[in-house]
Every structure is written in C-alpha cells, then in structure tokens.
Ligand binder design. Structure first.
Ligand SMILES: Cc1ncc(COP(=O)(O)O)c(C=O)c1O
Length: 417
C-alpha cells in the first residue's frame, strides 16, 4: 500500500464503523460499469451500486460528458437570487415525469436534508395557515429517513441506527404500517385519536430500505392516502431509495396509483455521480407559502443547493432513462434475482428470500459476525455488504447478466459456508 494510504487513514473517520476493530478499508483505484477496480488490480463486481445510486453503472460516458461540459461553463453558483439552466431544466423535467401534480422542486444536497426540508415544509404548511400544534409526524416501524436529527426522529427508533440519541430527538409517533387487519385497526384508531396533533405521515413507499429491506403491498399506500385525505394530513413519500426505477416503476408510488403531497428524491437522481437531492411538492403545499408575508417563506437554503454540475449529471441521467430500456432491465434483473437467489431458501439459517424490482434480499436468522461475512464476499471477488440480518443485492440497473449471475452465485456459495 502507498504511504499516503497509511498516513491518510490516520485522519479519516468512516461511517457506521467501529474504527478500532474494523478491517482496513479497500483502496479503490477506479470504477467501470458494474465493477470496482482495486489499487492492487483486483476487480470486484458491485452488488450494491454504491448504496444503489449508480443506476446506469459507473462512469457512464453520457453523464461524464455532461459533467465535463458543465465544469467548463460553471461548476457552481449560489442559488439565491440567481438561477441556471441545468437546475431549471431539471426541475421542469422532474415535474413532468413525477405522477400527479407534484410540480414544485426544492433542491438540496443529500437525502437526509431533503427529508429535513420535507418535514419543515409540512410543519410550516400548517403554521402559515394559522394552525399551531400540528408539529409531529406519524412514521413507521422499520422506517429509515436519514442520519440528521430531524430525519432520525422519524426513523424507527429501535430497528434503525439511532436508538442512542433518544433524548436528543423530537418525539414523533412510530407505529406499524397498516399491512393487515390488526395493524390497520391500530393505525385507524391512532389517527382517530391523534390526527389533530400531526403535520403529516412519512413513509418509504413499497420498500423500507435501511430498516431491513422490508417490502409492503401497494394497497398499504392507498390506505395511507385515504387516511391522509380523511384527516387532512400531508402525505410524504420518501423515494430516496425507491425512486428512479429501483422497484420496477419509475417511482414506487406509481405501483399504487397514489400521489403524495411531498416526495423526496436523491441517490439515483444523478445516476450516482454527484450529491443532489430534491423535495418536490404539489400546488396545494406550495400555495400555503405563496403570500405577501415575508415570514411565510421557506427559510432553508443549503450553500450547494442545485449545484450546476450535479443538475447537469441528473439531466444526463434522465436522458438515459429516456433512451435506454432501464425499466425492462429491472424486469429482467428481477427474474434473475428470483432464480439466482432461490437456492438460498433451502440453506440453514435463512428465514426469507424476497425480490422486488432490482432488489434481492436474503434474510437470515442472525449473522454471527458481519465482518467475517463481508470478507468472504470480498474473497469471492464481489462487493456485497450485509447489515443486520440481511444480505442484499441492489446492482446497477444495466448490470450485464453474467455479472449478476456471479453475484447471485456468490451469495449462495458464501451463505452455504
Ligand atoms: C429512504 C431513505 N431516506 C433518506 C436517506 C438518507 O439519504 P442520505 O444518505 O443521502 O442523507 C436514505 C439513505 O439511505 C434512504 O434510503
């Protein structure tokens, strides 16, 4: 390893990592397609596409070209009092492609901040209309919405990674998703009692990702929409994981035919190349801020919001969705994941194998040593990062079939040992 690897590591703090006991991180020299190339020349097939952002694989020439030409023109400019073509074009394209009347876009620079903005918008929506006291949210067991304090507070306090911070966080309500008769009854009863305290309901539609890759049916979202309408609550869909084809439709909410009042997007928005997020709302929400009173404005503005390079990358990513058959590829991946992971069902310790869109999950009774399991995948030349009791694959949506087969074979082989 080069000197700068050892000396630089003395100054780096890695995420979700016990720095004292962790294995040394792998040094990546570059990426190509669905592969990571390590400094020692080894290639790992990437099963998770950098936290499922790299939906077109790495280094797609169309996105690289868009970033390269934008960097010549204007890498960044502040977005207050000034606007630019990449952001305006992207906002209009998102409004066109999102379902229903989701049409007003607020850009930020990470998923967690997009969620913070959604929560702030929903809270101020009521305040601007003179309604005080509607400051809490209904969120769901198994949910995860990010690592900043507001986002942590609407994530599952037990399942998520945030149990330690209980005293710091504002208290919201976390109950079970209404997915069967019992939980639906409890959900309805909860709202009958508490709806007046709530600003809104927040959920990851169809797939709760970091909380354990838990799936639910589209009907659950229909129930949430009906309940939000009945009790006059804002419905927030966090599509930071599910957006841009991952679950089989461009946005997960399309599978339910349900339109939220607020949607959050990030991750695959730029095809996995640049930090960018968006919180998009309907006119109903935006109109509550449209006023002659300065204090009715949304007081939020990250320095790097709507970064032109990131917006150019996102526009290029949307071009690719338009000209390349991504949703058909998701359908094909889905079948290959079903077939490829099926042998896991018979392995000892496996409690469930499930697939939705381009997400394949093997749930285990428990994982005794995550570090050992991670190393076994590296030894098999694949990049798969189990967490909790879950081994999952969320590959690039255009991963070659042969690479996907190597990934699913590796999951079966490693879990057999
Ligand atoms: C559903 C969901 N919301 C929010 C976030 C937070 O996004 P970021 O890590 O960009 O802050 C994530 C990240 O995994 C996510 O999956």
């Amino acid at each position: 390893m080069p000197d700068w690897y050892e000396s630089g590591l003395q100054h780096i703090w890695l995420p979700y990592t016990q720095m004292k006991t962790t294995a040394p991180p792998l040094l990546v020299s570059h990426t190509k397609g669905a592969r990571l190339v390590l400094a020692d020349g080894r290639e790992l097939i990437d099963g998770i596409a950098s936290w499922w952002t790299a939906c077109h694989g790495y280094n797609h020439p169309h996105i690289r070209a868009a970033i390269a030409s934008q960097v010549e023109l204007m890498p960044h400019v502040m977005f207050a009092g000034l606007v630019h073509k990449p952001a305006l074009t992207l906002a209009e394209r998102l409004a066109d492609m999102l379902p229903g009347d989701l049409s007003r876009v607020f850009f930020t620079d990470s998923g967690s901040v997009a969620v913070e903005v959604a929560l702030k918008m929903a809270t101020q929506y009521w305040l601007n209309q003179g309604q005080r006291g509607r400051t809490s949210f209904l969120a769901f067991a198994g949910g995860y919405h990010g690592d900043t304090t507001g986002a942590m507070a609407v994530s599952d306090p037990e399942e998520g990674m945030h149990a330690l911070f209980k005293g710091l966080l504002p208290e919201h309500h976390v109950i079970d998703l209404p997915r069967d008769a019992k939980s639906t009854k409890a959900f309805d009863a909860f709202l009958a009692k508490h709806a007046k305290e709530l600003a809104g309901i927040i959920v990851e539609p169809l797939v709760q990702g970091a909380g354990g890759m838990l799936f639910h049916e589209p009907d659950v979202l229909k129930h949430l929409r009906a309940a939000a309408d009945k009790y006059d609550l804002l419905l927030i869909f966090d599509e930071i994981f599910t957006g841009f084809g991952r679950t089989g439709t461009m946005f997960a909410c399309e599978a339910a035919g349900v339109v939220p009042d607020i949607i959050t997007l990030s991750k695959a928005l730029t095809g996995g190349t640049m930090a960018l997020a968006a919180t998009v709302v309907t006119p109903k929400v935006f109109d509550a801020f449209w006023s002659n009173k300065a204090e009715h404005a949304l007081m939020h503005g990250p320095t790097f919001m709507a970064n032109p390079l990131a917006c150019a990358a996102a526009n290029a990513s949307l071009d690719l969705f338009a000209v390349e058959p991504r949703l058909k590829q998701v359908e094909d991946i889905s079948k290959l994941l079903e077939d490829g992971l099926a042998p896991c069902r018979n392995l000892p310790g496996v409690v469930d194998v499930r697939v939705k869109g381009a997400i394949g999950v093997v749930e285990l009774k428990n994982i005794a040593d995550l570090g050992v399991l991670k190393q076994k995948f590296i030894d098999a030349d694949v990049w798969v990062r189990p967490f909790g009791r879950i081994v999952y694959l969320t590959p690039a949506l255009n991963i070659p079939e042969g690479d996907l087969k190597i990934l699913t074979d590796a999951v079966v082989a490693v879990l057999k040992t």
